[in-house]
Design a protein around this ligand. Structure first.
Ligand SMILES: [Zn+2]
Length: 487
């Protein structure tokens, strides 16, 4: 039987605010345990929370980017449960009045583009972190993370393969990073993902029993765990068994999922409105103000690069993978508008390779868009030897003199002197008499091999753009024909 895979993802992202969601403690990763705390985030009696406006700005920005409708009024609710990393014994979250509704995120492109629905996005605070001793006899708690602002983004069960789940996460992360609302660093826990998966016979409308997978530490792990789970479901069903609704943990080392707990009954968190927090009114002016800060988003940019600049999808994706790199590309392409494709080649290949080799961020690159555009212009105009161009770019990373000075100091200037070019052309004619004869006979295609011959003889130093005119001149000499009689 053929089965269809059904996947939904629940993502938590930490919002990039300076302080926590309801207090003035710094929201920071890696500090000494329990140093970033106060009576509010420790839940001490009498302490009162105050909403972080910046967290709301970020959240609204994300809602707009995901095509969700921002609510006019929103409130916070207490989600009650006990756990040692939650000193208040409730988490401030949003229940029936989240700050936005609906939305979608696109995956795929052009012909295979697909909208993945977003069920809900809401704001909440994070809990602390438990650290367990290696002998499993004791646990310690670090409450620094308590009260850090989170956005919970739940997708519809619209994803149909582990690869689609991977793409959804990639696009989600890229969008949030462009918005500047989260660094989405999975290693530091600022992006966490749980996955729900089930399978059903193709054509069946009713969903199969779903299993939740946790402990997914990378997008790759999400994809692998889902693929594993899909196979497991099929094997259980085909052996006559049934899938139970349960939560499983991904064991990265073993490459399998393991049962964590069965989910027979739904938790009742006894949500109720937090009496310490007011209903937040989100006026149109506020939404407009936030909307004005949204930059061109990556998916739109990737599409535009292909449509307007003729870049390949691959190049467009490589450039847009990092917003600073795409801004660098935009500026370089603006300064050298003749060929965005050539600029893309330089940016995605040699420029990026040099940054990587030096472990440099784009923002710290000593090669600015203006300098790269200058080099590309010199190469394209035939002023610089193509074969030396890479070497010159590399030198530019350690040498801040003007590009032309670096070109000269490296002997990278193309040979353009008329006399030298002419004698080079004559040598090429002697080396390739056949091509010369074809050229004399009117075969313009033979010119290419003559120019190639010149480049070979000069080891790339000649300016290939100037050569056709020189061959043309030699052909026009009165004695050109008799020098090479027909065989
Ligand atoms: Zn605090």
């Amino acid at each position: 039987m053929n089965y269809e895979t059904v996947i939904g993802l629940e993502v938590h992202v930490q919002l990039a605010t300076r302080t926590k969601m309801f207090c003035a403690c710094r929201a920071e990763f890696g500090a000494e345990p329990n140093t970033l705390v106060c009576p509010v985030c420790l839940g001490l009696p009498g302490a009162l929370p105050v909403v972080n406006k910046r967290a709301f700005d970020h959240a609204i920005k994300a809602a707009l980017a995901f095509h969700a409708k921002v609510a006019r009024h929103t409130k916070f609710d207490r989600k009650n449960y006990f756990y040692p990393d939650l000193p208040k014994a409730y988490q401030i979250s949003q229940f029936d009045m989240p700050y936005c509704a609906g939305g979608w995120l696109e995956i795929g492109q052009n012909g295979d583009a697909k909208r993945i629905g977003i069920t809900r996005i809401h704001l909440e605070e994070d809990a602390g972190k438990l650290l367990h001793s290696t002998d499993h006899r004791a646990s310690a708690v670090d409450l620094n993370r308590c009260g850090t602002p989170l956005l919970e983004i739940v997708s519809e069960p619209d994803l149909r393969s582990p690869a689609e789940a991977h793409q959804y996460l990639t696009n989600l992360k890229l969008t949030l990073k462009y918005l500047g609302v989260s660094d989405c660093n999975m290693e530091e826990g600022s992006l966490r993902c749980d996955a729900n998966v089930s399978i059903r016979p193709v054509g069946q409308e009713k969903f199969g029993v779903k299993v939740e997978i946790k402990n997914l530490n990378s997008f790759r792990a999400v994809e692998k765990a889902l693929a594993h789970e899909v196979v497991r479901h099929r094997e259980v069903i085909e052996a006559g068994g049934t899938i139970r609704q349960e939560t499983r943990l991904w064991d990265e080392a073993a490459g399998v999922t393991r049962l964590l707990r069965s989910k027979e009954q739904a938790h009742d968190y006894r949500y109720f409105p937090d009496p310490d927090l007011p209903v937040v009114e989100i006026g149109e002016a506020w939404v407009r103000e936030v909307a004005a800060e949204i930059p061109e988003l990556p998916l739109a940019k990737i599409a535009r690069y292909q449509r307007e600049m003729g870049l390949s999808r691959y190049d467009a994706e490589v450039i847009c993978d990092e917003q600073p790199l795409s801004l660098f590309f935009d500026e370089t392409a603006r300064l050298f508008p003749d060929s965005p494709k050539k600029v893309a080649n330089w940016v995605t290949q040699d420029f990026k390779a040099n940054l990587n080799a030096r472990r440099l961020a784009v923002a710290h690159s000593p090669v600015t868009p203006a300098r790269l555009a200058e080099l590309i212009r010199l190469v394209e105009q035939g002023e610089v030897q193509k074969l030396k161009a890479k070497e010159i770019l590399e030198a530019m990373f350690d040498d801040d003199r003007p590009v032309e000075a670096i070109v000269d100091s490296r002997g990278g200037r193309a040979v353009r002197d008329a006399g030298a070019m002419e004698s080079l052309a004559e040598k090429a004619i002697a080396a390739a008499p056949r091509a010369w004869q074809d050229y004399l006979g009117g075969k313009e295609a033979a010119l290419k091999s003559l120019v190639g011959q010149c480049m070979k003889l000069s080891r790339g130093a000649a300016d290939p753009k100037a050569l056709p005119a020189i061959f043309e001149r030699i052909r026009a000499r009165p004695h050109a024909q008799p020098l090479f009689p027909k065989p």
